[in-house]
Design a protein around this ligand. Structure first.
Ligand code: PLP
Length: 392
């Protein structure tokens, strides 16, 4: 067998993508599996967005573009930041990438040296720790509990910072917890970060628009405009416009850091797909009513699933602020089930014996929980909840 790099041996494939693939495999083998693992909206991409891509294709817009994105899309992104977030950027502060995933990847590659520490609050998006490892950095995980609504406190943040801390990821609303930080909470975290000028802040706003609790979305720059010179805002069209397969994400931040991230991208993928960029521009500048319709549907499903989980002895499921995930605590259930020790065992049991695929909390750094994606039909959710009820 081939001896692989230490770097690649330190990381694992995305566990959420693995579960989705496994469910698909079992289905292909004739098993009836309800998939609650998916990290993507179950709606079709809106027609006007698809039409823009079709037109671009017909016009022959099929060649390399500028690595950092076409000027008209960057303009649309700058206007979006102004309108939705009250943030001002120049074109050289914006980089368009192949999904939000590449934004984080570019950032970790451009910023980290071997041994640099990166603070990652748990439960976390599965890719952060592995991307840090691929950049020879050291993930420093801050654990949280359901009692603190899966949000880190300023005291926890202060305790995690060392002279080696170089970066912190903040993801609000969060995949997988569905919980968002309030302006006051972000202010308090920002107060701590202000004391440590060496730390770059990455705010991953991917779920900005899938939010029902707070009214308006806020990120750390709204709470602390004075952190502007060392904050990278990451967002994308994947979740808001049901465009996961188009692969368009974007980042905005200090010009020198964005330039370095662009260099990383220029030596890996080059530009994101030309016609996807045109589609993303149509998404950002066109009719936004799709988002509200999608949120109404997600909220309905959220209310149903949370209520159903809380009827099960041993499961404690808090209401989320947004996203299309719920993240119930199953510790009491595990204590009463014979032969199942942890969330990994429980997830394995459900897929094998109940035909329900979901992701164990351990994949997100928070054992004793499970993540359910509600990005599937109400009929599927009803079927899944019945199966889970029967299985426990
Ligand atoms: N950030 C978070 C928190 C996510 O959950 C995801 C997708 O699951 C991404 C970023 C990346 O999204 P994409 O690369 O599909 O644009």
């Amino acid at each position: 067998s081939i001896k692989l790099s230490n770097r690649v041996q330190a990381v694992k494939p995305s566990p959420t993508l693995a579960i989705t693939a496994r469910a698909a495999q079992m289905r292909a083998a004739g098993k009836d599996i309800v998939g609650l693992g998916a990290g993507e909206p179950d709606f079709d991409t809106p027609e006007h967005i698809k039409a823009a891509a079709v037109e671009a294709l017909a016009k022959g817009f099929t060649k390399y573009t500028a690595v950092d994105g076409i000027p008209s899309l960057k303009k649309a992104i700058i206007e979006k930041f102004k309108k939705d977030n009250g943030l001002d950027y120049q074109p050289k502060q914006v980089l368009v990438s192949c999904g939000g995933k590449q934004s984080s990847f570019n950032l970790t590659q451009a910023l980290l040296n071997a041994g640099d520490e990166v603070i990652i609050p748990a439960p976390f998006w599965v890719s952060y720790p592995d991307m840090v490892l691929l950049a020879d950095g050291v993930p420093v995980i801050i654990e949280t509990t359901q009692a603190q609504r899966f949000k880190i406190t300023p005291e926890q943040l202060r305790a995690a910072i060392t002279p080696k801390t170089r970066l912190i990821f903040i993801n609000s609303p969060s995949n997988p917890s569905g919980i968002a930080y309030t302006l006051d909470e972000l202010k308090a975290l920002g107060d701590v970060l202000k004391e440590h000028p060496n730390i770059i802040i990455a705010t991953d706003d991917m779920y900005e628009h899938i939010l029902w609790k707070q009214g308006t979305f806020v990120n750390i720059l709204n709470a602390h405009p004075d952190l502007y010179d060392r904050t990278v805002v990451m967002n994308g069209v994947s979740k808001a416009y049901s465009m996961t397969g188009w692969r368009i994400g974007y980042a905005a931040g200090p010009a020198d850091l964005i330039e370095a991230m662009t260099t990383v991208q220029s030596q890996s993928t080059s530009n994101p797909t030309s016609i996807s960029q045109v589609a993303a521009e149509a998404a950002l500048t066109g009719d936004q009513s799709f988002i509200d319709d999608m949120c109404v549907e997600f909220k309905k499903r959220h209310d149903y699933v949370v209520a159903e989980f809380n009827k099960i002895d041993g499961i404690d499921c808090i209401e989320t602020d947004g996203t299309f995930y719920v993240f119930p605590n199953i510790e009491k259930l595990l204590a009463r089930l014979d032969g199942i020790d942890d969330d990994l065992g429980f997830s394995e049991y459900l897929i094998e014996h109940a035909g329900v695929a979901l992701v164990p909390g351990s994949a997100f750094g928070t054992p004793g929980h499970i993540r359910i994606s509600i990005a599937t039909s109400m009929a599927n959710l009803e079927k899944a909840m019945e199966r889970i009820r029967n299985a426990v």
